[in-house]
Write a protein of this length. Structure first.
Length: 132
């Protein structure tokens, strides 16, 4: 059986597709929470060669770079931001600030929003620091 589409791309693995859809749903829920809390969403899924930031949001003089983690349980989501991911998010945040210099004077923070089934999303402000 041929496992490639006519375009030459491999067919999407159903598990990866489900994880992708879960991630998009979690990011949408996170953005709704942020809007309710008075944040303005500046970007979603901001990609750079160094890494990706799930959500960039601003509230007054705070610019938050937010990692959204969806897991089956809230505790699992809390432990899902690895040191390597933190480095990549921080590197992507540097790119954001270089390409959006008008935000450079704001107080920057790295947050996490944890999402689990049957739970209200949990916003952890200043969840981690940028690596040195």
């Amino acid at each position: 059986m041929n496992d490639k589409h006519p375009s030459g791309d491999k067919r999407a693995d159903p598990a990866r597709l489900k994880a992708f859809q879960t991630g998009l749903s979690a990011e949408s829920r996170a953005c709704v929470l942020l809007l309710v809390k008075g944040y303005r969403i500046l970007a979603r899924r901001y990609r750079t060669p160094q890494g990706e930031i799930d959500v960039v949001a601003r509230k007054r003089d705070v610019l938050a770079f937010i990692e959204v983690k969806a897991r089956g349980a809230m505790d699992d989501a809390a432990y899902a931001v690895t040191p390597r991911q933190r480095q990549r998010i921080a590197a992507a945040a540097e790119v954001w600030l270089m390409t959006h210099p008008h935000h450079a004077n704001l107080n920057c923070r790295f947050d996490a929003i944890l999402v689990a089934p049957k739970s209200f999303p949990r916003h952890l402000e200043a969840a981690f620091d940028a690596p040195p």
